[in-house]
Design a protein around this ligand. Structure first.
Ligand code: 5GP
Ligand code: MN
Length: 344
C-alpha cells in the first residue's frame, strides 16, 4: 500500500506526536485562517481520532478566525464543536496545527499557541519554519487529510464513518475533485480506503459542488463575464468587488471557488482571481495548470501556498493588486519563454 509503505521517517514523527498526545490532558486542534474543506475536515477527523484512541482527553477544535464554519462544510459531522479561538481562553497542554505549518496563518489562534505547553503539526504546505515539538509536514501529500489518514493507520485505529467523511471531503476539495496535479495515487488510495470506511463521495459532491445558492451562481455569472486574458491567452483573470458581494448577497467566505471559474479557459496556464475583502485589502488566488510554480509570486506578495495553488492578501484596490501581480506573472512567462528558447 502506498499509504503505509510511504511512511518511512514519518513513522517516528507520528510516534512523537502520539507521545505528546499521551502526555496531554487538554488539546487544541486548529487549522489555517479562512478554512477550506481540508482544514475543516482534517481538524474534525483528528479530534475524533484522538477521542477514539485515547480516553479522557479534552479536545477543542478551534477556528483561527472570529467567524463561523463556512456554510459549504456544515454538513460534515461535528462542525458544531468548532470554537473561535478569540473566545477560547484555555492554555492547552498540546496545540496541534492541521493543514497549517506557518504560525502567521493562525490569526487569532496565535495567542492560544503562545499559551500552549507543546505544539504538534500535521500538514502538507511548503515553506514552513519549524516551530513545533513534533510533526509531519509532507509537501507531496495532496491534502492534510492524507496525513491524518496515515496517522490513523499508523496508530492502527479503525477509521469511523464520520471521520472517513471528513477526510474524504478534505481530499476531494484539496485535489479539486481529483482534477489538480496533486491528485496522485496516494490521494486515490486514501479516498478508496475512506469510502470503504463509510465515506460517501456522492454526498460530498452533492454538498460541496451542487448546493450553491442561486445568488452565488449569479455572482459566478458576473465573474465569468469579466474574465479576460493576458500573455497571449496564457493568463486568465477576473475579480469581484465588495459591491458584487453585496448585490448578490453572497458572504465573502463562500467565494473560495470563484478562481476555479477563471482557470477553465482553454490555453490558460495561470489563473488569477482578485476579490475585495474588509479593511481596504484585496485577496488574490493564483492557480497554475501546467506545472509552472506560482507559489513564489504569492510569497513575494506576502502570501504563500503550493506550486499550483497559492494565495496572498495585499492592501489597496483591485487595480493596485493587479498592477502588483501582473509584472511578476509576466516575468514568470518571460523566464519560461527564455528557457524554451535556450532549449531550441
Ligand atoms: P487559496 O488561494 O485557495 O486561498 O489558497 C491556495 C493554497 O495556498 C492553500 O493551500 C492555502 O493554504 C495557501 N495559501 C493561501 N494564502 C496563503 C497565504 O497568505 N500564506 C500562505 N503561506 N499560504 C497561503
Ligand atoms: Mn490543505
Amino acid at each position: 500500500m502506498v499509504l503505509l509503505s510511504n511512511m518511512g521517517g514519518e513513522a517516528e514523527e507520528f510516534d512523537r506526536v502520539a507521545a505528546l498526545i499521551d502526555e496531554a490532558g487538554t488539546i487544541a486542534v486548529c487549522a489555517h485562517t479562512s478554512p477550506d474543506g481540508d482544514a475543516i475536515g482534517s481538524c474534525l477527523a483528528l479530534a475524533e481520532l484522538i477521542e477514539g484512541r485515547w480516553e479522557g482527553k479534552e479536545v477543542t477544535c478551534l477556528l483561527a478566525d472570529d467567524d463561523v464554519v463556512p456554510r459549504t462544510y456544515l454538513f460534515l459531522p461535528g462542525t458544531g464543536r468548532f470554537v473561535p479561538a478569540a473566545s477560547y481562553d484555555g492554555a492547552p497542554d498540546l496545540f496541534i496545527c492541521v493543514d497549517l505549518s506557518q504560525a502567521s496563518r493562525l490569526n487569532e489562534a496565535a495567542a492560544v499557541l503562545e499559551r500552549s505547553r507543546k505544539v504538534a503539526v500535521l500538514d502538507h504546505h511548503p515553506g514552513s519554519q519549524r516551530f513545533w515539538d513534533a510533526g509531519v509536514v509532507r509537501t507531496d501529500a495532496a491534502a492534510a487529510g492524507v496525513i491524518v489518514t496515515e496517522f490513523a493507520l499508523h496508530l492502527g485505529f479503525s477509521i469511523t464513518p464520520s471521520m472517513a467523511q471528513c477526510l474524504l471531503c478534505a481530499i476531494v476539495t484539496d485535489t479539486g475533485r481529483f482534477q489538480y496535479q496533486n491528485a496522485d495515487g496516494e490521494a486515490f488510495e486514501a479516498a478508496s480506503l475512506l469510502v470503504d470506511a463509510g465515506a460517501s463521495p456522492s454526498e460530498v459532491a452533492l454538498r460541496v459542488y451542487q448546493s450553491d445558492r442561486l445568488s452565488y451562481i449569479h455572482l459566478c455569472a458576473v465573474v465569468m463575464a469579466r474574465i479576460s486574458t493576458f500573455e497571449q491567452g496564457r493568463l486568465s483573470y477576473s475579480y469581484a468587488t465588495t459591491a458584487d458581494f453585496k448585490a448578490n448577497e453572497v458572504p465573502i467566505a463562500e467565494c473560495d471557488g470563484l478562481v476555479d471559474l477563471v482557470r477553465c479557459v482553454d490555453g490558460t496556464q495561470v489563473a488569477l482571481f482578485l476579490k475585495e475583502v474588509p479593511g481596504g485589502k484585496v485577496r488574490g488566488n493564483l492557480r497554475s495548470k501546467c506545472g509552472l510554480d506560482i507559489s513564489g509570486i504569492a510569497r513575494e506578495l506576502g502570501g504563500g501556498g503550493h506550486k499550483a495553488a497559492a494565495g496572498f492578501t495585499v492592501e489597496g484596490t483591485i487595480d493596485d493588486a493587479l498592477s502588483a501581480a501582473l509584472p511578476k506573472i509576466h516575468a514568470l512567462f518571460e523566464a519560461l519563454d527564455a528557457g524554451a528558447g535556450a532549449a531550441r
